[in-house]
Ligand binder design. Sequence first.
Ligand code: BES
Ligand code: ZN
Length: 465
Amino acid sequence: MSDPLAPVLERLDQDAALAVARLCDLLRIPSVSTDPAFKPDCRRAAEWLAAELSAIGFDAAVRETPGHPMVVGHSRAHPEGAPRLLYYGHYDVQPADPIELWESPPFEPVVIEAERGPRVVGRGAVDDKGQVMTWLEALRAWHAVHGSYPARITVLLEGEEESGSPSLNGFLEANREELAADVCLISDTGMWDIDTPAITTSLRGMVYSEVTLHGPSRDLHSGMYGGAVPNPINVLARLIAQLHDEQGRIQIPGFYDGIAEPSAERLAQWRELGFDESAFLAEVGLKTPAGEAGRSALERLWSRPTCDVNGIHGGYTGKGAKTVIPAHATAKISCRLVPGQDPKTVEAGIRRFFEERAPADCRVELTVHSASPAIEVPDRSPELTAALRGLDRVFDKTPVLIGCGGSIPVAGAIRRLLGFDSLLIGFGLEDDRVHSPNEKFELRCLHNGARAHAAILAELGKPST
Ligand code: BES
Ligand code: ZN
């Protein structure tokens, strides 16, 4: 039989402009999951995706959860007994703030010409709507050409990934059989560079907590009380300063328990990549490497844990001056975890750290927003080999295996609750401004990503893999 992939690639080339228009339609829906004001928009994004899936040969539906809905679809036409693939993506996006730094409105996507060709700018361009469209466009083209799929395909689209996936585990557990597959495909990570495709084999985990210190029973005049009562902001700042020692070691009790060093083979793989740390820093206006002593930048990013304050508030933050001792002070603190660390131990450690150090009359309140362990994907499975072959067919450069400092909790949840691994094949670039103003996706990455997914589908659909 002639090569089933060739006409699909041709179709993707012909339809490239339509694919951009479809992505822009999705980007116009402001599906910010963390802000209740956008709840109806999250549902609208889910409905939009379910309709797209229905149009390309899927039985698809918007499915309720205690939070934002999921979308689940099943391919209608495929060979009996074909391999089973689960495609996962998220349709929710981060808030657009700080809005004044956007050069065009975040939810009015624009295509602009830049050094590396045209790019689309808008919230969610790369994380994750543009990347969802890489596989959705590949599926669309495959279906248009062949009228069926070479694999039994299930699609799962989540609307709460950017807020820690609170409904995900329950949904996976409740729909275990329906979501069963041999492997899950996720495009929510990056390439090595614009020419070099990559498969990510490790992700960091995350414990996201919020600590509030409660002091006096009300805000006080700082002249009447200052110096004779504890100030929760001063105390919180002192404790935050103690989170790291002079060498950058994190002081949370039990924090480093169980950490496994990456294998020598993995470290060698990373060294061979030839990471340019100066360029990495220069792109964000910096020059001087920072972090744990004795580690390369890629080790620090991919195999070492962190503890970072993401936001801090309390007292008077308006214009001008107000003399006040606040009743409360709050910090949002995220810890990125690496293989071996147990999120429960880290959570207990954070609690102990603040409770043991807070002075008398300062009550500690700790809320944990999300907790998920780090993930490692085996780097030698038949599925990974098939995906590498697929990438090889459409890129000139040989694909590489990389780590990722970010977190995608679903990969671990699928391993734990559904019992299979994920292939993390992303098409983002370092300078895509993920979570920042002016987020963008290169159209070359969108198009090559779609071509790559068609080739990967062809390889994974072969009965031998
Ligand atoms: N797509 C990102 C993860 C990512 C970030 C991959 C940077 C590659 C580079 C994902 O949507 C994300 O941002 N995840 C959150 C998860 C958290 C809320 C549990 C993260 O990493 O902060
Ligand atoms: Zn994402």
